[in-house]
Write a protein that binds this ligand. Structure first.
Ligand SMILES: Cc1cc2nc3c(=O)[nH]c(=O)nc-3n(C[C@H](O)[C@H](O)[C@H](O)COP(=O)(O)O)c2cc1C
Length: 197
């Protein structure tokens, strides 16, 4: 990747639980993005936002979030597994991204964590379905962390290097996709614009 490129990634935390394992896993993804000088990462923490339930009008935070997502080159959506599905928090974020959704056409990498041994498979599958429904390009290879309370220490240190590699892979997977499929389109568009000017 060349340094002139400005890849804007928005990573959404799918929980408002203080000290959540989802945030520990997402912090690892953020650390991986931090290795790339041409990547600007913004982590969205819904606990800091006023996001209304659908049908309860709009909020300035929701509008700003929509704009942020519209301007993103790609996204990471994260969720804990709650009751065999993704969190209400991540759904609330999606509900606040408009209809049609600001996620439409955006490459999205998914990350799920669960206390249980089957991991976050169910939440990731249903999250994939919702994201595809709103037009996002959901990348293959969502990452599910099973037994997450064993995989991370309380301070966020990851205890298992296989887990670490897979979680960091959320970032590289998204960047690889952007590099291969989005950057050429941006360059082409700029060339066409220059020709037309
Ligand atoms: C309401 C609720 C429902 C949960 N349901 C499941 C579940 O269905 N399967 C599972 O493996 N873990 C379940 N868990 C445990 C979470 O996966 C666990 O808390 C994990 O740490 C991820 O959540 P966190 O990001 O909030 O820490 C549930 C936790 C809560 C609070």
């Amino acid at each position: 990747m060349t340094e002139e490129r400005n890849i804007r990634v928005v990573a959404v935390l799918g929980t408002v639980r203080p000290g959540s394992y989802t945030s520990k896993a997402l912090a690892l993804v953020a650390d991986e993005f931090g290795k790339y000088e041409d990547v600007t990462l913004e982590v969205v923490d819904p606990a800091e936002l006023e996001l209304p339930l659908p049908g309860r009008g709009a909020s300035e935070d929701a509008e700003r979030l929509r704009e942020k997502v519209s301007n993103a080159t790609g996204l990471v959506l994260s969720t804990p597994e709650y009751h065999g599905g993704y969190s209400a928090t991540i759904k609330l974020v999606i509900e606040n991204l408009g209809f049609p959704s600001a996620l439409s056409g955006k490459p999205v990498a998914l990350l799920g964590v669960a206390a249980g041994q089957i991991g976050a498979i169910k939440s990731l599958e249903s999250l994939r379905s919702v994201c595809s429904h709103v037009g996002a390009i959901v990348l293959p290879g969502p990452v599910s962390v099973a037994r997450v309370r064993e995989a991370f220490e309380e301070d966020g240190t990851v205890t298992d290097e296989v887990v670490e590699k897979r979680v960091r892979g959320v970032a590289t997977n998204l960047l690889d996709y952007i590099e291969r499929h989005i950057c050429p389109a941006i360059t082409l568009e700029a060339m066409v614009r220059e020709d037309a000017a």
